[in-house]
Design a protein around this ligand. Structure first.
Ligand SMILES: [Fe+2]
Length: 297
């Protein structure tokens, strides 16, 4: 049977790539260190297949056809379509139609109604974390697109349920597969609205605290209360909620949180616990860059 071997989250802020040359050396170092550590943890999990949860940024869908949640069931996907991602060149990316199809079947049996696509383009939301975390050669990817861009959004509670269902689908897949989940996006940011460029660091840290604590109901209540008044990009935290559900709501270890002004996103990186944490055991110390830039950098 398949086994869930890791659950992770990473920012996919496009300015990480587009504005890289304008970032201070300190920010470049800390962003690189966060992606590198996350990538090391993901490679250590040795996934054969990565279920990747990201929004679509108007590449596959628009307001004339905007699925709430869409599973990529194709043999291959392609991407990234953005020309500024030229250092992660456009290519065919292997899918895993057997696991993807099993996820869809499981979803329908459990009263979820996903859309499906046999031909998805994987934009920067999928590809920046794959690239920056150094995951090449890539595992097979099962992409799942959550609508985090344009209301009506799937509810926070439903996103958590999706994660629980994904874990169930992995556990019941009749094949010897190691499967990891990677949620991308968030944390706070604003796109195309008056608060564009602002990062709500207080919200982000409160949000991280609730993910880390591992209490799903408290997390859902917190997000239901706060998401409507945070920048529109924070809707992508729904993807993290699905990851939380896949991990059984056990909470996560924060790899890093980087409120990078030039990136205009509160960038978070995390790895969930898949076994209950021992309260007596402190988290291992992480190697950090010696000179962490301040927000004004
Ligand atoms: Fe995004």
């Amino acid at each position: 049977m398949a086994k869930l071997v890791g659950v992770f989250a990473a920012s996919h802020g496009p300015m990480i790539v587009r504005n890289w040359s304008t970032l201070s050396p300190g920010w470049q170092e800390t962003i690189t260190a966060a992606f590198t550590e996350l990538g090391q943890r993901m490679r250590a999990a040795r996934p054969d297949v990565l279920i990747e949860i990201s929004p679509d940024h108007w590449v596959n869908f628009f307001i004339d056809n905007l699925p709430s949640i869409c599973v990529g069931v194709g043999e291959t996907h392609e991407g990234p379509p953005e020309p500024w991602l030229k250092d992660f060149p456009h290519r065919k990316i292997a899918g895993h139609p057997q696991l993807a199809g099993h996820i869809v079947k499981t979803a329908l049996e459990l009263d979820f109604e996903p859309s499906v696509s046999y031909r998805l383009a994987l934009d920067h939301g999928f590809c920046i974390p794959l690239w920056k975390a150094g995951l090449e050669p890539l595992p097979a990817i099962v992409p799942i697109i959550f609508n985090d861009l344009e209301p009506p959004f799937p509810s926070v509670k439903r996103c958590y349920g999706w994660g629980e269902m994904l874990a169930e689908a992995v556990a019941s897949f009749p094949g010897d597969l190691r499967v990891a989940v990677l949620a991308t996006g968030g944390l706070s940011h604003s796109i195309g609205e008056p608060t564009m460029g602002e990062i709500d660091e207080a919200f982000d840290r409160a949000c991280i605290g609730r993910f880390a604590a591992g209490d799903p109901l408290a997390l859902i209540d917190f997000l239901n209360e706060r998401l409507p008044s945070i920048g529109n990009g924070a809707a992508e935290i729904r993807n993290w909620v699905a990851a939380h559900g896949a991990a059984g709501g056990r909470g996560f270890e924060l790899v890093d949180y980087l409120p990078v002004p030039t990136v205009i996103v509160g960038c978070g990186f995390a790895a969930w616990r898949l076994t209950p944490a021992s309260p007596r055991r402190a988290a291992p110390a992480r190697r950090r860059p010696s000179a962490r830039p301040r927000r004004s950098a």
